[in-house]
Design a protein around this ligand. Structure first.
Ligand code: COA
Length: 184
C-alpha cells in the first residue's frame, strides 16, 4: 500500500527493480559521509542479497518514490542475532543526495515505525554515525527517539575517529506488557 510523503513522493514497499537506485543512493553516503561504517560501497548483487535477507524475514523495506525515481529508502533489520533480542529492530534510512531536508527521511521513519509496531516489535534502535550527524539525530528525535548513549570514537573513516550515537524508542506497549510471542 502506498502512503503519501513530502517532496511530491509516495512511500511503498521495495521491489527488485529499485535495486540500482538504492545501490547508488547508499554508495554516495558510504563514500562521502559517516552515516554508514562501511568504507567501500557494496555492488548491486550485494545490495540484492541484503534486501532479500530483510524481506525474507518479513521485515519492512520501504522506498520513497517520485515519478519513476527512488529518492530515499528505509528498512528495519534484526537489532542483534541472539534470540532474546527478537522484539527489537534497528532502522536504517538513506535519502538521495540533493533530496535532504524536505521531510522524506522523517516520512520514511514514521512509516517504518508504524509497520514495525503492527508487526509486534517493541523497541526500535538507531545506531547513528556520528555525533555530528545532525540530520539523522534530528530525524530520529522528531519521531520520538531519545539518546540512550554514545560510543565514542568506535569508527575510523575519512581520516578521523567518529562515534556511534545510540537512539531508541518504544513501539506499541514497549516494555509495558509481555510481548506476543509466536513461540509461546
Ligand atoms: C539523515 C537523513 C536520512 C535525513 O533525511 P531528511 O529527509 O534530510 O530529513 P528530514 O527532512 O525529514 O528532517 C527531519 C528533521 O531532522 C533535522 N534535520 C534534517 N537534516 C538536518 C540538517 N542537515 N541539519 C540540521 N537538522 C537537520 C531537522 O530537525 C528536521 O526537522 P524539521 O522538519 O523540523 O526541520 C538524510 O540526511 C541522509 O540520508 N543522511 C545520510 C545517511 C545517514 O546518515 N542516514 C542515517 C543512518 S541511521
Amino acid at each position: 500500500m502506498n502512503a503519501p510523503a513530502p517532496a511530491g513522493a509516495v512511500l511503498r514497499p521495495v521491489a527488485d527493480t529499485d535495486i540500482p537506485a538504492i545501490t547508488r543512493i547508499y554508495a554516495h553516503h558510504v563514500r562521502t559521509g559517516f552515516g554508514s561504517f562501511e568504507e567501500s560501497p557494496p555492488d548491486a548483487a550485494e545490495m540484492t542479497r541484503r534486501l532479500h535477507d530483510i524481506t525474507r524475514r518479513g521485515l519492512p523495506w520501504l522506498v520513497a518514490v517520485r515519478g519513476d525515481g527512488v529518492i530515499g529508502y528505509a528498512y528495519a533489520a534484526p537489532f542483534r542475532g541472539r534470540s532474546a533480542y527478537r522484539f527489537t529492530v534497528e532502522d536504517s534510512i538513506y535519502v538521495a543526495d540533493g533530496e535532504g531536508g524536505r521531510g522524506v527521511g522523517s516520512a520514511l521513519l514514521a512509516e517504518l515505525v508504524a509497520r514495525c509496531t503492527a508487526l509486534g516489535f517493541r523497541q526500535m534502535v538507531a545506531v547513528i554515525g556520528d555525533s555530528r550527524n545532525v540530520g539523522s539525530i534530528g530525524v530520529h528525535a522528531g519521531q520520538g527517539f531519545r539518546v540512550a548513549g554514545v560510543l565514542p570514537a568506535v569508527g575510523f573513516k575519512h581520516g578521523r575517529w567518529f562515534d556511534s550515537v545510540m537512539m531508541v524508542r518504544a513501539l506499541g506497549d514497549g516494555d509495558g506488557t509481555p510481548p506476543r510471542d509466536p513461540r509461546a
